[in-house]
Write a protein that binds this ligand. Structure first.
Ligand SMILES: Cc1cc2nc3c(=O)[nH]c(=O)nc-3n(C[C@H](O)[C@H](O)[C@H](O)COP(=O)(O)OP(=O)(O)OC[C@H]3O[C@@H](n4cnc5c(N)ncnc54)[C@H](O)[C@@H]3O)c2cc1C
Length: 396
């Protein structure tokens, strides 16, 4: 086997953009996130504190928000965009307001996402845009449509407005030459999303991938879905954009399947998810003539596997069809080391009003406690870097 041409152990590169004060703050934050019971309690605590008008916004702003988000508006994110671009890392502005239910909120989401596309236009420091389908319609509506149940006249109109929002944003992405990721969410709305994503790809991906669908490889049906998608793209002459992730809603998916007594769509072990994730990368890579891949992962082995495939097949590190992406505030050791070696690399940078971004922050916090080893890995790398800096200052 060829030598792996990268190391994720280089903490000097990983934290080059962080001052020692930043590192200390991150260390403290990840230590809090490792306290499982505290994180599990946090949704109730935040809800109560907001209801009681306790001054928690300032605390959130100075801690988790500062670490995981770019700011409250696109303008606020400018410093982050510049700081990442200095190290050859692209920003993906992610309007992360979740759980909204009103038409005004959905229009605001559309307006914000359109602004991110316009902000990205012609700017290589913002290589992609992104949106969540549930930002454009009520989950209950998408769920009903997904189940095949007949929609009432009002619901049909509501669904048409959802469809219009998605097609407006995809058209804007195409007209402004800004590729866009469609995030994946719960299985009970995903067929609808897959269908629209495919339609948009057929319409806008004739010359290159502008629209990317997302595949969650914790689902045991996604390898066959990927193969079918590739066949479909081949026979209909369009490029297939795929963002490959493991999936963020595992507990919720399992709980619902149990409650409603249907077989869980989720793999029954982490190992199976890992195997399918790597298999999906491999299959997509073997079809690179028509696929565009985003490896959206903090998993070092999966990144290394893709890197190895690229090296063994003489694919340049910055090949236009292959991107790596991590979430802002997580796994800088992967992002910064990849970017240093000229792999095309980006960070999802969430933004939005603090109270509206809370569900996103809670998910990050819960992920960092429930994902085995993630917080431990962050803490140990920060620690290594702190020691390295101390020794350097002592001339050791
Ligand atoms: C750029 C980017 C974009 C993303 N976009 C989306 C998106 O659109 N939709 C979405 O759902 N998520 C998205 N995510 C989140 C992603 O799905 C994962 O939750 C997160 O990245 C952790 O997985 P990992 O590959 O980074 O790392 P790892 O730590 O290797 O894997 C953790 C993941 O493995 C899976 N897993 C853990 N335990 C088990 C188990 N017992 N059985 C089966 N599977 C298990 C879960 O999916 C868990 O999140 C995105 C992540 C990134 C970095």
């Amino acid at each position: 086997m060829k030598k792996t041409p990268i190391s994720f152990e280089d903490t000097e590169t990983a934290f080059v953009s962080k001052t020692t004060a930043d590192l200390n703050r991150a260390y403290w934050l990840f230590q809090i996130l490792s306290i499982n019971w505290l994180v599990q309690l946090s949704p109730a605590v935040f809800k109560f504190a907001l209801w009681a008008h306790l001054p928690i916004k300032g605390i959130i702003r100075a801690t988790a928000f500062r670490h995981f988000c770019g700011g409250e508006s696109i303008k606020d994110c400018q410093k982050t965009i510049e700081s990442l671009s200095k190290f050859n890392i692209g920003t993906i502005l992610d309007y992360s307001v979740e759980g909204k239910e009103s038409e005004e909120d959905f229009d605001r989401s559309l307006e914000q996402t359109l602004s991110t596309v316009l902000r990205a236009k012609g700017d290589s420091t913002i290589p992609f845009s992104v949106f969540k389908p549930s930002g454009f319609a009520r989950i209950a509506l998408l769920e009903k449509k997904n189940s095949g149940k007949l929609l009432s006249i009002e619901e049909q109109e509501e669904y048409s407005r959802f469809y219009k929002r998605v097609s407006t944003i995809c058209e804007a992405a195409f007209n402004n030459n800004v590729p866009i990721y469609i995030d994946a969410e719960e299985t009970w709305i995903q067929d609808v999303v897959d269908e629209i994503a495919t339609e948009m790809m057929m319409k806008f991906n004739g010359k290159k991938a502008i629209i990317y669908n997302t595949l969650q490889m914790y689902r045991h049906d996604r390898i066959s879905f990927l193969k079918k998608s590739i066949e479909h793209a081949r026979s209909n002459n369009y490029f297939l954009g795929v963002k490959l992730v493991r999936g963020a809603y595992m507990e919720k998916e399992r709980a619902r399947a149990k409650l409603l007594k249907y077989p869980s769509p989720i793999q029954d072990s982490k190992e199976k998810t890992d195997n399918d994730y790597d298999a999906a990368l491999k299959i997509s890579f073997e079809n690179l003539d028509i696929t565009y891949i985003c490896a959206g992962t903090h998993n070092e082995n999966s990144c290394l596997m893709l890197i190895r495939l690229m090296a063994e097949n003489n694919i340049p590190n910055d090949h236009e069809h292959i991107w790596f992406s991590q979430l802002y505030g997580m796994s800088d050791h992967i992002t910064f080391n990849l970017a240093k070696e000229k792999y095309s690399t980006s960070k999802y940078v969430p933004y939005g009003p603090i109270t509206s971004v809370l569900p996103y922050l809670i998910r990050r916090a819960q992920e960092n406690t429930s994902v085995k080893g993630q917080t431990g890995r962050e803490l140990s790398l920060i620690n290594i870097e702190k020691i390295r800096r101390k020794n350097e200052s002592l001339g050791k």
